[in-house]
Design a protein around this ligand. Structure first.
Ligand code: ADP
Length: 320
């Protein structure tokens, strides 16, 4: 293995740059040639592949987003698209590829691996929805962003004795909602992993306000519905008004927290080490603070939600 490429794909996440930097620097340290593929699989098909030098990855460890850009490509899901990508990789003499992205990006990496390119996947998504890793790259930063945003909303909620329903990201996973909910002391959390009736929310609202509480924060993971639906339910079933905030894309950006910088760095460096040892067709993660190495098929399985159920129950117990 002499030439290695790296790309970022799917939704961007804070810490991707730390991983790109680590891949590039570790490869250069071991006298390998390293290439950056711009705009994910789209760029892989159109040949947007450039040599990465040390100066290209300097001063990026603290930056959110991805310097390589990201994209979604329907064409890459087809045989034609993948052959086009293979052609470009072969033309550059690239024999190994590190893909930083989510579940969809991993499927692309697996397809290329089956066609003969040595691939390693790194879990880059704020959603924390990938099996085989306790944390995905960007999740910790996103949780912190949500916590800060809700702290601000709580100031207003308290001043005006209001109920706020806040919708957070996570696709089908409730991780961001459950973690931020616990850290914010939310009154109710709704996540896809645990069915909780809306009736309980009304009872808890009443109890809280009767006891003299000055606010109520309800966090809704986007995977269970919209904040607006929950606010409508509150208006229809109680005398309380409810304000809605959809946090949206502020959750994806921002400078990565220390944990994501270190996770990205460890994952990126390990990817190069494994490729040098001829290990490929694997997805890396972090389990019990060790870098884990799993087959792609293993990480495609649904992630266990035990921790989220525990968090949801604990939030409920503590939010009296
Ligand atoms: P994420 O990686 O964050 O889950 P997507 O699901 O949008 O994001 O996937 C990113 C890209 O990965 C897609 O635009 C597509 O190019 C590629 N991809 C997704 N699914 C497949 C698949 N089954 N086979 C090949 N490539 C895929």
């Amino acid at each position: 293995m002499k030439k290695i490429a790296v790309l970022t794909s799917g939704g961007d996440s804070p810490g991707m740059n730390a991983a790109v930097r680590a891949v590039a620097k570790k490869a250069i340290y071991h006298d390998l040639e390293v290439f950056g593929v711009y705009r994910g699989y789209e760029g892989l098909m159109s040949g947007e592949i450039k040599s990465l030098k040390l100066e290209d990855v300097g001063g990026i460890i603290h930056r959110g987003g991805t310097i390589l850009g990201s994209a979604r490509s329907e064409k890459f899901k087809t045989e034609d698209g993948q052959l086009q990508a293979m052609n470009n990789l072969n033309n550059f003499g690239i024999d190994a590829l590190v893909v930083i992205g989510g579940d969809g990006s991993y499927r692309g990496a697996q397809a290329l691996h089956k066609k003969g390119i040595k691939t390693i996947g790194l879990p880059g998504t704020i959603d924390n929805d990938i099996n085989g890793t306790d944390f995905t790259l960007g999740f910790s930063t996103a949780v912190n962003t949500v916590i800060e945003a809700i702290d601000r909303i709580r100031d207003t909620a308290t001043s005006h004795e209001r109920t706020f329903v806040i919708e957070v990201m996570g696709r089908d996973a409730g991780d961001i909602a459950a973690w931020a909910g616990l850290a914010n002391g939310a009154e109710s959390i709704f996540i896809p992993e645990k069915t909780t009736g809306k009736e309980g929310m009304i009872a808890r609202l009443k109890q809280g306000f009767e006891r003299g509480k000055k606010h109520s924060i309800i966090i809704v993971a986007e995977g269970v519905g919209t904040a607006e639906e929950f606010a409508d339910y509150i208006r229809e079933h109680s005398s309380y008004d409810a304000r809605v905030t959809v946090l949206g894309h502020i959750q994806r950006g921002g400078s990565p927290v220390g944990f994501d910088r270190i996770l990205g760095t460890r994952l990126g460096a390990k990817a190069v080490e494994l490729l040098m040892a001829d290990v490929a067709g694997k997805a890396l993660g972090l389990e019990k603070n060790e870098i884990s190495v799993h087959d792609f098929d293993y990480v495609f399985q649904k992630k266990a939600s035990k921790r989220l159920e525990e968090f949801s129950k604990l939030s409920m117990e503590l939010s009296m």
